[in-house]
Design a protein around this ligand. Sequence first.
Ligand SMILES: [Zn+2]
Ligand SMILES: [Zn+2]
Length: 382
Amino acid sequence: MSSSDALARATNDKPVPVWQNILVILGTPIAAAIAVPLYAYYTGFGAFEWACFAFFMLATGLSITAGYHRLWSHRAYEAHWLMRLFFAIFGACAIQNSILNWSADHRRHHRHVDDNDKDPYSIKRGFWHAHIGWILFNEKGAQDFSNVKDLQRDPIVMWQHRYNLTLTLTTNIALPLLLGLLSGKLWGVFILATLLRVVLNHHFTFFINSLAHIWGRRPYSEDNSARDNDFLALLTYGEGYHNYHHRFQYDYRNGIRWWQFDPTKWLIRSASWVGLTSKLRTVSAFQIEKARAALQYHRTMASLAPHSRCEELRAKLELQYREYQQALNDWTTAKQEWVTAKRGQINDKLERLDQRMRYLEYTYRLKLQRKRWRLLNAQLAS
Ligand SMILES: [Zn+2]
Ligand SMILES: [Zn+2]
């Protein structure tokens, strides 16, 4: 868990227990299970202790999701050094290893997802391996940083990597104890803001490697085990839309619909309004809908395949699929032309109005085709 775990790594292929990880991962839930109810019963937690807990939960959780994950592992946007410094400090506080180690493992996970040899937390090796087993036992020897050379150029990343243990101890012990001393709630703050928070933050994050590869729906890709799961999104600041994320990993959003719970996306976007983040990368609505429709097409076709008398239905589906794709293409072209016109690159007022009308018309046509497409798939699937 700390950068010093590199010392504990073996150079052979046999799993080697990483004792400091075992101590933290197994020790903190036991300590929390004893300390939280005992302290609650004999002393009781007040508003200050809960406020510290909430702050540490948010700070560590978002440093992992917005910092470690979307910023450093995927380069989905760029962030001001103040923001990167905050993520580096509270990421170390999350006790999930340094940015460099975390991102190297995570990039390997995306590249070789579900490959038992190359994906460090492959779900094909079972829930417990993907959840914590890969952390408790080291099988790969020394960490390979060849896929994070870009991050090695970030001085904040390298500073955090070098002082990870110091930062982890300072933020988990010294800082809560200082807050506890100042408020006169020494143990109360430590038990909630460090002990309980570490356990919850750990397992909520680990759920993405385990549960989000088992439980949920796959609207965008069936090429790997990743799933979209609204419940997990609630626990992980929006990381539960993991099927979308594996399909379009460079998008700074994981929940792309306005109603999907993705506070990490909200933080990144709102920070861009005050210049703390920039170059937010997104996948176009066209690409997203194309992936979705292609998967739906193959799924419905497969469900019709065993029935020899379904030739007519297959032809109907094929035709509707082509019409829907055409509507998507036309809509994308009309949208691009309208955006160009709106930016003022087309000066003629009448022409601009014409582009707008065309865009609206194709939006209407697309909606109609989408409705027909979904209806037909639902009919054929039932
Ligand atoms: Zn990822
Ligand atoms: Zn994954």
